[in-house]
Design a protein around this ligand. Structure first.
Ligand code: FES
Length: 104
């Protein structure tokens, strides 16, 4: 396990998913106020970028723009069909606004 710096909290707009390419991974970063969530940027239903979808800041879920599956931000669990498998999620550390993602 290791951590990789991914910039500042202020680099990410709250409620707007953003794709992040990191080494051989494609991730999606979702900031909601002072909290940051990171998932693999690939829907588990079909190969589609979750960064294209909308974030529900109340339920803390992201919607796949292709067929509408919802995924929970905190752990990548699918909350609605057609997705039935989770999306990988990554822990994030926030040191006074300096962000790091924990990679396995
Ligand atoms: S590709 Fe995401 S719900 Fe179908």
């Amino acid at each position: 396990m290791r951590t990789v710096a991914i910039g500042e909290l202020s680099d990410y707009e709250s409620g707007v998913p953003r794709q992040l390419r990191l080494e051989d991974r494609v991730l999606v970063v979702i900031r909601i106020e002072d909290d940051v969530y990171i998932l693999d940027d690939r829907c588990s239903h079909e190969d589609f970028s979750l960064a294209e979808g909308d974030v529900n800041c109340d339920t803390l879920e992201i919607e796949c723009a292709r067929h509408g599956a919802m995924f929970r931000l905190k752990d990548g669990e699918p909350m609605s069909f057609p997705a039935t498998r989770p999306v990988a999620h990554y822990d994030v550390r926030n040191f006074d606004g300096h962000l790091e993602v924990v990679l396995p």
